[in-house]
Design a protein around this ligand. Structure first.
Ligand SMILES: NC(=O)c1ccc[n+]([C@@H]2O[C@H](COP(=O)([O-])OP(=O)(O)OC[C@H]3O[C@@H](n4cnc5c(N)ncnc54)[C@H](O)[C@@H]3O)[C@@H](O)[C@H]2O)c1
Length: 293
């Protein structure tokens, strides 16, 4: 019989990948009382991750958002290793937050499946790779799902739990309850859809904003102002594109078009123009807006 995942069996967690997401997700687990190991191939990345997680946790104590003792206890629960598979042997829950490459994730899932205890769930934090593309790399497709945190993970409350066609109800329930115990607000997706829920909403807003600007209805500055002042968004869609990177938005659309073949998924001509001019947003000092030094 297949082991049935169960929230009370989750005590020790492995986060694979110590980049932007893995670093803060590890801190979130530690604050919630889980023993957490973060792994990465790259020892320098691990070192940076450890420093960054500590700095952010100490900052929470300094701001009074968390008690100093609570933060010290969280830091004491965090371990770091370059040996993901050794750490997987004692993990009750594995969250993969490694680089966004299907071949690397598939290899990882096969190896993690062999190493992790039978009852462990193998979840991926991927924003664009659905777990149905990883489940068949394992012998436990019923215990594989997406558990999608948002950046910055210490701050953002949303976690999307996305089942693939083989994911069991017990796996979904365990991931949902785990997110709640982390102090997050889980959103359950009943089946996979590109972009999941939150990024699809954002994409629809961005596409409409690009149409309004291209039709000359309003300037991009005014469209941003409307998003901020009427909808209460912290920043408008053009400001957000500049923050995320015009290059990132452009390449994501190209890959969505490659997958769907739908011409409406191609990058908008205004975004293509900025991309071709090397105006990638904040990172290059110019995108929709210009940024001083
Ligand atoms: N950056 C975001 O805003 C964001 C938001 C939500 C979800 N995600 C998802 O989170 C995942 C990680 O994204 P990120 O932005 O943290 O990436 P990142 O590039 O900052 O970090 C990825 C880390 O994975 C490590 N890595 C690569 N191969 C590995 C392996 N085989 N074993 C262990 N470690 C390995 C790299 O050394 C690197 O440190 C991706 O799947 C992405 O889709 C990212």
């Amino acid at each position: 019989m297949k082991p049935r995942p169960n929230i009370d069996a989750v005590r020790t967690v492995l986060v694979v990948g110590s980049g932007a997401m893995g670093t803060q997700i590890g801190a979130v687990f530690a604050l919630a009382g889980y023993d957490i190991t973060t792994s990465d191939l790259d020892p320098a990345a691990l070192e940076r991750s450890r420093d960054e997680a500590r700095r952010r946790l100490v900052r929470l104590a300094e701001k009074g958002a968390r008690g100093r003792e609570e933060v010290d206890a969280a830091i004491a629960r965090m371990a770091y290793t370059t040996d993901s598979l050794e750490a997987a042997r004692s993990a009750d829950f594995v969250l993969e937050a490694a680089v966004e490459r299907l071949d690397i994730k598939r290899e990882l899932f096969t190896a993690l499946d062999e190493a992790a205890p039978e009852h462990a769930i193998l979840a991926t934090n991927s924003s664009t790779i659905p777990s149905s593309l990883l489940a068949d790399a394992t012998a436990r497709p019923d215990r594989v799902c997406n558990m999608h945190f948002f950046n910055p993970a210490l701050v953002m409350a949303c976690v999307e739990v996305v089942r693939n066609p083989w994911t069991s109800d017990a796996t979904v329930e365990t991931a949902m309850e785990l997110a709640r115990r982390l102090g997050k607000q889980p959103v359950r997706l009943n089946h996979e859809v590109p972009g999941f829920v939150a990024n699809r909403l954002l994409g629809a807003l961005r596409d409409e904003a690009l149409r309004l600007e291209a039709d000359g209805v309003a300037s991009f500055q005014d469209i941003d102002a409307a998003a901020r002042t009427a909808l209460g968004h912290p920043m408008g869609p053009f400001e957000l594109m500049d923050l995320v990177g015009i290059d990132v938005s452009y390449l994501i659309r190209l890959s969505e078009h490659e997958q769907s073949g739908d011409p409406s998924d191609l990058p908008h001509p205004s975004v293509r123009k900025l991309y071709e001019q090397g105006r990638y947003g904040r990172k290059t000092g110019r995108g929709w807006y210009e940024y001083a030094g």
